[in-house]
Structure formats: structure tokens, C-alpha cells
Design a protein. Structure first.
Length: 299
């Protein structure tokens, strides 16, 4: 974008499947500035070359970017579907140029039922060649920091959900093109203040998911977080606890350019028939947090 106010685009996530282009066609008029196309565990029968052509045709001459392609599964284990996830990373890396994407995202994976530190050798084995494959094509790899119900001692999906794990991961694979797909929501779920964390890690934040959370502090203080009573809800930006003007200010001061792509389908209120109502509210809220309409300086 030539408009400096929109050097950080506001977009949304779109599922990767045979209907991706049709879905983008329907929601494009709402004003999304980017789309992140995501797959679950495998690319499956989707022809990425055909999909790229279909998406480009739908976007046409509009100033809309496909900044990120994602594959979310467990690339560290060796069951057939896990191996499909690794293949998906490779395929997206190899086809990213067709979409104009610069980022490939997903879970870092983990050895199921093992401590996070026990997964590090396998993480190095899998992602050292993937990072090099991406670097050879001018791409960056980013890991979403969702715990997927796991903790330090055990889990099924993802080691990349705590700063301690990030330090270990970036030590195992010390590549400049490996970083984070960050969002406030997952910090709040862990009762972490997201803003100090963002200031500390912003140079490793290559992509941002637009998702927030509400922490029910009365529940935390009276029931704790392991008593079966919900203590946190995922929310669309504009409905959660985070001031996204602060998030965007931190990103801008660090020189971040790219996109904040809204991750829908989690809000307990703006769901079902209200899903796109919530997403478009989040879009407009984030655009205001970005500073609103661009006003050029006098010459």
C-alpha cells in the first residue's frame, strides 16, 4: 500500500478449500485489506496452483494482499496425518509465490504426552530444513502461540505457547526467518499481560492474529483456573480486554509491516448468524486503532 497509515493491513483468516475463492468474493466488499488462507492438518485434494489463480481472479485489481498461508497440525509426530502436515509446510513454502505470500504459519507441533523440552530435538530435526527451504525462497516461518489444551508437561499439538519455549525453539533453530504468529488472546488465557510481552518479543513477531479475550477475574480469584468454571473467553478485537491501539503502537514503533488478520469463529457472542457482524466490527475497530483514515501532511 502507498498509504503509510495502512502499512499494517487489517484482514481476516479464510479456510483453505475448494470454496476459498467464493468465500473471499462474498466478504471482500466489507473492506478487508488482506486474507490469510489456512489449512487444517493437510492440504488434501486442493490444487494450490488452481487456488492461487482463483484467488487472484477474485481479488482482481483491488489492493488486497495474501500475506500468509497456514497449515495447522502436528509436524513433529510421525502418524500418517502428521506426515501430511509436514508435507503441507513444504507445499505451502513451494507455492507461496503464486499467492504473493511472504509467511507460512502453523503450530510448531510436539511429541504427544511429552514435556516441551523433550520435543526440542525433534523440532530442530523438522524445522531446520524447513527454515532453510523457506529462506531460499525469501519466506519466513511463524508459529502460532496457542496451547491447544496443553501445558509444559504434556499436550498433543504445540510447544510454541510460552516465552520459555520460544527461547528454546529459537536456540534450536537460530534462523532469522523463524518467528512468531502472535495474538493477545493466548497470553490472556495464560494470565499473561500481553503488552509487556509484545514489547519484549516484537522483533520476533512476523504475523499477528486479530483475536482477544475476556478474563473473568472474579472467577480466577474465587474459583481458580482448574475448578471447571470458565475463567476466560476468546473474543473478537473490540470486545476483549486488550487496547489494540497500544498493540498497534508497539508494532509501529518496532517497524512492523504486514497484517493483523482477524481469527474469527471463537467469540461466544458474535457467532453463528452474527459471525460476520463480529468480524466486520473487529475490522473497523482495528482500523480506528490504527489511526483511522489517512490524512496527508501539508506540503
Amino acid at each position: 500500500m502507498s498509504n503509510p497509515a495502512t502499512s499494517i493491513r487489517i484482514g481476516t483468516l479464510v479456510g483453505g478449500n475448494k470454496d476459498t475463492a467464493n468465500y473471499i468474493r462474498q466478504i471482500k466488499p466489507h473492506g478487508f485489506e488482506s486474507f490469510s488462507i489456512t489449512f487444517w492438518q493437510q492440504i488434501g485434494p486442493v490444487d494450490l496452483k488452481k487456488l492461487a489463480l482463483e484467488v487472484k481472479d477474485v481479488i482482481g485489481g483491488d489492493d488486497i494482499a495474501i500475506n500468509c498461508l497456514g497449515i495447522f497440525g502436528n509436524p513433529l509426530e510421525k502418524d500418517p496425518l502428521d506426515l501430511e502436515t509436514v508435507k503441507g509446510w513444504e507445499l505451502l513454502i513451494d507455492h507461496a509465490h503464486l499467492f504473493g505470500a511472504k509467511l507460512i504459519s502453523g503450530f510448531a507441533g510436539r511429541l504427544r504426552g511429552k514435556r516441551i523440552d523433550e520435543s526440542m530435538p525433534r523440532f530442530k530435526e523438522v524445522f531446520t530444513p524447513l527454515a532453510q527451504r523457506a529462506a531460499d525462497r525469501g519466506l519466513r516461518l511463524v508459529f502460532e502461540n496457542c496451547d491447544m489444551g496443553g501445558d509444559w508437561n504434556s499436550g498433543d499439538w504445540n510447544i510454541a505457547h510460552s516465552p520459555t519455549a520460544w527461547e528454546m525453539m529459537f536456540n534450536e533453530v537460530p534462523a532469522e526467518n523463524v518467528g512468531l504468529e502472535w495474538e493477545p488472546c493466548h497470553q490472556l488465557v495464560s494470565l499473561i499481560d500481553p503488552l509487556p510481552q509484545l514489547r519484549q518479543w516484537v522483533k520476533k513477531v512476523f504475523h499477528v492474529h486479530g483475536k482477544d479475550a475476556n478474563v473473568l477475574w472474579d472467577v480466577v480469584k474465587t474459583r481458580g483456573i482448574r475448578g471447571g468454571t470458565p475463567y476466560v473467553y476468546h473474543r473478537a478485537p473490540g470486545f476483549g480486554d486488550t487496547n489494540w491501539a497500544d498493540v498497534i503502537s508497539i508494532l509501529r514503533m518496532a517497524g512492523y509491516t504486514g497484517s493483523i488478520d482477524i481469527e474469527g469463529w471463537h467469540d461466544p457472542v458474535y457467532k453463528d448468524a452474527l459471525e460476520m457482524t463480529g468480524q466486520v466490527h473487529a475490522l473497523r475497530y482495528l482500523q480506528q486503532c490504527r489511526g483511522g483514515s489517512y490524512i496527508p501532511n501539508p506540503v
